[in-house]
Design a protein around this ligand. Structure first.
Ligand code: MTE
Ligand code: MO
Length: 379
C-alpha cells in the first residue's frame, strides 16, 4: 500500500477521501482563528505523501541561460533572506457540494472549508531565480513546478504559473519551508513547497522537486485537463480542455461558518451572530461583506477583521490573506425561519453570483455563489 507511510491526521477533519487523503476542518473552526491551526488546515493530496530526506533533498532548476542549478535545503536556508507571507489557500473545488445539488459534477464533494489561512516562511522564488541566472527578456513565459509525489506509473504532480507572477517584486511567491512557524508538515509538502499567493491551491506545488522555466505551461494532467472552467452546457462528451485557460487567480468568495445549516436560534436571545470568511484571488482585497437574514431581500454590512490590530494593512493588490467577518443583528420579529446569505465585494468591485446554476460546470470548480444557510427560530 503506497499510502501506508502517510502521516497521522487530526480526527476532527471531515474526510472526503482516505487514499489519497483529502480532508477539511469543521467549518466553525475556520472563523475561530485568523491563522488556521496547522492540524486543521485543509489537506488536498492527489497521490501518496512522499517521504523526503531533508539531508539529501535537492531542488533542481532548469531552463536558465547558464544551465541547470541544484540547491540543497541548507543552500536555500543559508544563502537567501527569509521572508514570511500570510496567505490563504483555496482549492478550486471548494464548495463543490453546492454545485452537486444543482446537477452531479465530477470531483471530491468539498463543503465550504477547502480553504485555510497560514503564515508561510521561506525564500522568494524571485531571489532564487535571479541568483540562478534568470534574466528578463528571454523566451520563457511560464514557471513549471514538479512535485516528488508520484503515481504508480512514476508520473509526478505538476503545475505552472505565469513567469511574470514568479519574478515580480510584488508577486510574493515563496519557496516555503515553514508553515505557521514550524517546519512544513508532511501533508503540506515537507521539506519545501511553492506558495503562490492569490493563486488557486493546485498551483501551490508541495514536495517541490523541480522548477522549469519554459515557453510552455506544465504538461501535467492537472494543468492541461483539469482545473479549468466551462459553460453549464458543456458535458463530458463535448468538453475540449484545450479551449479554456488553466485556473490561476480565483474569483471573489465568501461563506458563512456560523451558524451551521439547520441550527436552532432561540427567540429569547433577541440577536443572532453570523460569522464567516471572505477572500479574493490575485491579491484583490475584500472591501465589504453583505449579510442578509431574509434570503437576500434586505442586507446589512458585516464587520471585517484582517490580521492583528497592530499589523499594517496589505499594500494595494497584495491582499493575499482572507478576512474574517461578523455581524450581530436583532432577530427579525415573527420570523420562524431565517435564510442567512452572505456575499463579498473585492477591490475591483467583483461580486459573487446569486446562485450556482448559471456557473455550474462539469468539474464543479469556481463555486462562489452567495452562500445560504437556513436556521429555525425557536419560540
Ligand atoms: N502538490 C503536490 N505535489 N501534490 C498534490 O496533490 N495538491 C494541490 C496543491 N499542491 C497537490 C499539490 C492542490 S489541488 C491543492 S488545493 C493544494 O496543494 C492543497 O494544499 P494543502 O494540502 O497544503 O492544503
Ligand atoms: Mo485543489
Amino acid at each position: 500500500d503506497p499510502y501506508s507511510t502517510d502521516p497521522p491526521r487530526h480526527p476532527a477533519l471531515r474526510v472526503n477521501s482516505q487514499k489519497p487523503f483529502n480532508g477539511e476542518p469543521p467549518s466553525e473552526i475556520l472563523s475561530e482563528n485568523y491563522i488556521t491551526p496547522t492540524a486543521f488546515f485543509f489537506k488536498r493530496n492527489h497521490l501518496p505523501v512522499p517521504k523526503v530526506d531533508p539531508a539529501t533533498y535537492r531542488l533542481e532548476i532548469e531552463g536558465l541561460p547558464n544551465g541547470p542549478v541544484s540547491l540543497s535545503l541548507e543552500d536555500l536556508k543559508s544563502r537567501f533572506p527569509k521572508h514570511t507571507v500570510t496567505a490563504t489557500l483555496q482549492c478550486a473545488g471548494n464548495r463543490r457540494s453546492e454545485m452537486n445539488k444543482v446537477k452531479q459534477v465530477k470531483g471530491l464533494n468539498w463543503g465550504i472549508a477547502a480553504i485555510s489561512n497560514a503564515t508561510w516562511s521561506g525564500v522568494l522564488l524571485r531571489d532564487v531565480l535571479l541568483d540562478a541566472g534568470y534574466k528578463s527578456g528571454g523566451t520563457a513565459k511560464h514557471v513549471q513546478f514538479e512535485g516528488l509525489d508520484k503515481d504508480v506509473t512514476g508520473t509526478t504532480y505538476g503545475a505552472s504559473i505565469p513567469l511574470g507572477k514568479a519574478v515580480s517584486e510584488e508577486g510574493d511567491v515563496l519557496l516555503a519551508y515553514e508553515m505557521n512557524g514550524e517546519d512544513l508538515p508532511a501533508d503540506h509538502g515537507f521539506p519545501l513547497r511553492v506558495v503562490v499567493p492569490g493563486t488557486v491551491g493546485a498551483r501551490n506545488v508541495k514536495w517541490l522537486g523541480k522548477i522549469i522555466l519554459s515557453e510552455e505551461e506544465s504538461s501535467s494532467h492537472w494543468q492541461q485537463n483539469d482545473y479549468k472552467g466551462f459553460s453549464p452546457s458543456t458535458d463530458w462528451d463535448t468538453v475540449d480542455f484545450k479551449s479554456a485557460p488553466a485556473i490561476q487567480e480565483l474569483p471573489v468568495q465568501s461563506a458563512i461558518t456560523q451558524p451551521a445549516e439547520g441550527a436552532v436560534v432561540d427567540r429569547s436571545m433577541e440577536e443572532v451572530t453570523v460569522k464567516g470568511y471572505a477572500w479574493s484571488g490575485g491579491g484583490r482585497e475584500v472591501v465589504r461583506v453583505d449579510v442578509s437574514l431574509d434570503g437576500g431581500r434586505t442586507w446589512q454590512v458585516a464587520k471585517l477583521r484582517g490580521g492583528e490590530e497592530d499589523e499594517p494593512p496589505p499594500p494595494p493588490g497584495r491582499a493575499w490573506a482572507w478576512k474574517l467577518w461578523e455581524l450581530t443583528a436583532p432577530l427579525p420579529e415573527d420570523a420562524q425561519e431565517l435564510e442567512i446569505v452572505c456575499k463579498a465585494v473585492d477591490s475591483s468591485y467583483n461580486v459573487q453570483p446569486d446562485s450556482m446554476a448559471p456557473i455550474w460546470n462539469l468539474r464543479g470548480v469556481l463555486s462562489n455563489a452567495w452562500h445560504r444557510v437556513r436556521v429555525t427560530v425557536n419560540e
